[in-house]
Write a protein that binds this ligand. Sequence first.
Ligand code: 5HY
Length: 244
Amino acid sequence: MKILIVNPNTTASMTAKIGLAARAVAAQGTEIIAVNPADGPVSIEGYYDEAFSVPGLLREIAKGEQRGVLAHIIACFDDTGLEAARSLATAPVIGIGEAAFHLASMLGHRFSVVTTLSRSIAAIETNLLKYGLISRCASVRAAEVPVLSLEDPHSNASHLISAEIERAKTEDHAEAIVLGCAGMADLAQRLTQQHGLPVIDGVASAVKLAEAMAVLGLQTSKIGAYASPAAKPYLGQFKSDAPS
Ligand code: 5HY
């Protein structure tokens, strides 16, 4: 089976890291296709970046549909463009945030999220409300690390993330931790051992959920919220994106 994983930002090293984390847990026979758009922000830190990442994301989802992938994964923790992607796609579309939240909710009474910057907290809390899991979330904390510092081996990002995990554990009584950035995908195993509680990476979580849905032959429901977009002209630079 083919699974598409889209990093909606345009940093190729993060796409490579995401692909590595995905292939590390993929089942035999699962082909992971990891891509990022050519156009758009190098990192997504807040609503404005998010808005400009969506067109490129949707174009990659459209290509995945043409390639016949059995599931799509959006590898941005804000689940950027999730509903639009589901409207476009027939195969299931899984956001790494939603995937990780659900797994965390099955591992402890309450979980905390540790993300990059404070400016990302509101979008994560909004998603928790939307997914019906806000009551299971003890806190959403930010380690105050820029997304691209996760690509710098000399940064102290992992140390700051670790310190925030310890605070969530001791101050917020979190029983599980969700890593709030796709760029943290390589940290989950070490932080689980270091802190003695489940530390969950959304990339790996989404890959296993995607495989499950593909094996079950599940597809996005097209009779309501995620119905295919109505055919209409789009003018200007989005002319070629118009639904037919
Ligand atoms: C992500 N930004 O997973 C989010 C995380 C964040 O470029 N990839 C990004 O900090 O919002």
